[in-house]
Write a protein that binds this ligand. Structure first.
Ligand code: SAH
Length: 358
């Protein structure tokens, strides 16, 4: 255990000792902050791998999607590229390359909390401006916003049904040695939507207040000044019951409550909630569709062939990357793409109505 993680475990243990428990949301928030502060978790030798790290085609096609909607919107000059949680900066670098072919070189804003990852992102994309939170994004220009595997890292709140009603799910110390989740003391029935209130004990109802408030902020900016947002993540397209909290370390699942800060904690994204928040601001909602069908609609097969023709020695690698992004055996079905755009902006590409889920 690194000194930082030992400190975090001790700090959380002390907090629990003082107040009896902390919520799952507070635990997840503290654990992920420490985890991302440590540095680069991505890649084959890291804890997990993401679409832009699998193939350059992912970021390139997103760059083309952004260029296309920007051009059809009349090429607004002050449009900014915003990325939430850019990881190594790979997606942005690949997207910029394809955008620059069309002389589209917007100002780049990165919303990133980890200093260590900011350093990598600055290497990948020169001249990026770093922001601590979405609240710092200016309110005076159209925005093209990208979020790949960002929302899943935000802390979820969990409510659990017990024989005496719904309770906050909290983290305690099991016999003083081990972190463990358990129902808290305060009644929480009011917060659970009526359709789930009679779910049998123990059921878990999850919400992500952090995701909702970020979406609300961004939707407000797009409604005011135009623009579009693309969200790629794993998540659900119908509201449901059950814990989706998971921990991944070195590509293996782990106990989310053990060793806080040592592994990536994620939860499934509630696409229904994100879409509803955008609708409240009269924005257009496209999707969610499966990542595989979206990438195919954007021409990933033609791109694979073109790249393979110019670099035959990489043809196998390119085909394997394409398959992993597109096929159901890889990320193709599990990952979804949701787009949000200003109602007066053109219809975004890749979202044929009959493919929409949920
Ligand atoms: N988008 C990248 C990385 C995904 S990992 C990729 O696809 O490869 C999640 C990213 O979100 C990391 O860069 C992490 O530091 C960042 N992050 C997590 N919580 C955040 C928060 N609350 N605010 C800003 N960035 C956050």
């Amino acid at each position: 255990m690194s000194p930082n993680n030992a400190n975090l475990a001790a700090r959380l243990a002390k907090q629990i000792e003082a107040s009896g428990s902390i919520s799952v949301a507070d635990f997840m928030q503290a654990a992920n902050q420490a985890y991302y502060a440590k540095g680069d978790p991505l890649g084959v030798n890291g804890d997990f791998i993401t679409a832009p790290e699998i193939s350059q085609m992912f970021g390139e096609l997103i760059g083309l999607w952004l260029t296309d909607i920007w051009m059809r919107a009349g090429c607004p000059e002050d449009c900014k590229y915003v990325e939430l949680g850019p990881g190594r900066g790979t997606l942005a670098a690949d997207a910029m390359r394809s955008m620059q072919q069309f002389n589209f070189a917007p100002e780049v804003l990165f919303v990133e909390t980890s200093e260590a990852l900011r350093e990598m992102q600055a290497q990948a994309v020169a001249n990026a401006t770093f922001l601590d939170t979405v609240d710092d994004i200016p309110y005076d220009a159209p925005l093209l916003i990208v979020a790949n595997e960002f929302f899943d890292a935000l802390p979820v709140r969990q409510l659990v049904s017990t024989h005496s009603g719904w309770r906050e799910r909290v983290v305690v110390r099991d016999r003083g040695t081990k972190f463990m989740a358990t129902p808290g003391m305060t009644a929480m029935d009011e917060i659970v939507p009526s359709e789930f209130r009679n779910a049998p004990s123990p059921s878990i109802y999850e919400t992500c207040p952090a995701a909702s408030s970020i979406m609300y902020e961004l939707a407000g900016r797009i409604a005011a000044n135009g623009g579009a947002m693309l969200i790629a993540d794993y998540g659900y397209t119908l509201p449901g019951i059950g814990s989706t909290l998971q921990a991944v370390r070195a590509h293996e699942y782990a106990d989310p409550f053990e060793n806080p800060g040592m592994h990536d904690l994620t939860a499934h994204v509630n696409f229904v909630e994100l879409a509803n928040l955008a609708r409240m601001r009269d924005l257009r909602v496209s999707g969610p569709v499966e990542q595989g069908s979206w990438l195919k609609a954007l021409g990933i097969d033609a791109r694979t062939q073109a790249l393979s023709a110019s670099r035959p020695e990489q043809a196998d690698e390119l085909a394997a990357g394409r398959d992993r992004l597109v096929e159901a055996t890889g990320m193709g079905s599990l990952f979804k793409i949701l787009a949000i755009s200003h109602a007066e902006w053109p219809d975004p590409e890749g979202f044929a109505v009959n493919q929409s889920l949920g």
